[in-house]
Ligand binder design. Structure first.
Ligand code: 0X9
Ligand code: ZN
Length: 258
């Protein structure tokens, strides 16, 4: 039954994206970035009023599948590659930037298994290729996870602060203020290592350290439910509404070269 619900959710998300693309043909384009291990398409929705080389924001949600407040699924974190002992690799340990330095495991059955090699997974390769191909226009990378109400920015592989820590922190404060103004939800702001834990090989570190996207954030949405990863359905809309206020703050949109 859980599996059936998972496919219903996936179908709903896919058909919602298709509906958007059909209803707003002048502004949206549905793209396929690659395929998952199990062969499902990885969709991207490009939203633009036209023109070339305009500053862009890249948003992903669901690098960790079970964090279903980002997109709904079952309680599974990793990819689905069948290793010899256990299924799956933690995609957020699989990026090639200080890969396996810390906070990652070489044991196949671990929830933070970094994979046999960096970019062993088709899902992380698809994200890498898209980020690199569009690195000149993407000014802001947002990756939605759950849970804990954290606004995290690089680095995740070291406790050293990035050169532009002050700017990254200030943007976080403005987003937190916007979210808090809706229903009082507050976020803790800081680098991944200093606020949460050291963990190398994450997509946020890769976006900043390799793709050169200066503004890169992991947003750990609120938790809830029996496992923390499954807030009740009644919480979805309130969380979406307050988070959206944060995403569209004026400061949040400010980008270096635009
Ligand atoms: O551990 C993670 O991948 C993220 N937390 S979660 O509970 N959603 O799994 C935090 C990632 C922060 N970024 C890096 N460590 N690079
Ligand atoms: Zn996560």
């Amino acid at each position: 039954r859980a599996l059936q619900r998972r496919f219903e959710y996936l179908y709903l998300i896919t058909s919602y994206l298709e509906t958007l693309a059909q209803n707003y043909p002048g502004f949206t384009r549905l793209e396929i970035l690659g395929q998952s291990y199990e062969g499902r398409d990885i969709y991207g929705l490009r939203i633009s009023s036209g023109g070339f080389n305009k500053p862009a924001i890249f948003v992903d949600a669901g690098i960790h599948a079970r964090e279903w407040i980002a997109p709904p699924t079952r309680l599974w974190r990793k990819t689905r590659t069948p290793n010899t002992l256990c299924y799956g690799v933690d995609p957020n340990r699989n990026f090639d930037f200080y890969w396996m330095l810390n906070g990652a495991s070489s044991s196949q059955c671990s929830e933070i298994y970094a994979g046999p090699t960096p970019f062993s997974e088709s899902e992380t390769r698809a994200l890498r290729d898209y980020l690199l191909a569009n690195a000149d226009t993407i000014k802001l990378y947002l990756t939605f996870h759950s849970y804990g109400q954290y606004l995290l920015y690089p680095w995740g592989y070291t406790s050293d602060l990035p050169d532009d820590n002050d700017e990254l922190y200030a943007l976080g404060v403005s987003v937190n203020n916007a979210i808090r103004s809706v229903a009082g939800t507050t976020y803790e702001i800081g680098t991944s290592t200093n606020v949460l834990y050291a963990a190398a090989g994450g997509s946020d570190d890769y976006a900043k350290g390799v793709s050169g996207i200066e503004l890169s954030y992991t947003i750990e949405l609120p938790g809830g439910g029996t496992s923390g990863f499954n807030p009740p359905a009644s919480r979805i809309l309130p969380i979406v509404q307050e988070t959206w206020e944060g995403v569209k703050t004026r400061l949040w949109r400010k980008t270096r070269s635009s």
